[in-house]
Ligand binder design. Sequence first.
Ligand code: GSH
Length: 211
Amino acid sequence: MKLYTYFRSSAAYRLRIALNLKGLAYESVPIHLTKDGGRQHSAEYRAVNPQRRVPALVLDNGEVLPQSMAIMEYLDEVYPSPRFLPADPIARAKVRAFADVIACDIHPVNNLAQLQYLKRKLNQEQPAIDAWYHHWVLEGFAALETMIRPGPYCFGSEVTLADICLVPQMYNARRLKVPLDSFPKLVAADAALLKLAPFDKARPENQPDAE
Ligand SMILES: N[C@@H](CCC(=O)N[C@@H](CS)C(=O)NCC(=O)O)C(=O)O
């Protein structure tokens, strides 16, 4: 398999963790999201993913899958062990809800394209853009802090989709200097997860395109 990725992309980071957890080997194809105006906009990459976002996973049969959450569902269906979702339907819904706060509520308003739009089209200054980013992360993390269950991971002793989404979002929050003191449970789960080899191997600084 071939993964179009960028070391700092939190959506691609999810996929790197997911592939490592499933024990699946993949080739990394880095797409630099800011060099040359963003190489996700190149004709070559548009042919892979017309949405011009990473990640995209190319399967061995040549099929291209975009969207990290859809790809992780695919992986869990085709390679069921270890599973990303608990067997119990209520527990599954809770894990999905946690993951959705990140994937549907926090990440989409704070992505590169949205922050660039605030700057370039709406003429906002960097402090206003930083305030926007911090606001949506703090609001989302406040909800997650109430949703998380006793650890060491987000929902007990099995790693789930919630954990796969949490770690990249925490990395992103730290990179953009969001204070995390009000979220001791999230911080503890993140620290426990980063001790696991599949998470460690997926860290941005451990990628071939890291800067
Ligand atoms: N919902 C998508 C989000 C993908 C996404 O927005 N990726 C970002 C990097 S984290 C990206 O490629 N941004 C390029 C841009 O904003 O131009 C997913 O989960 O895969």
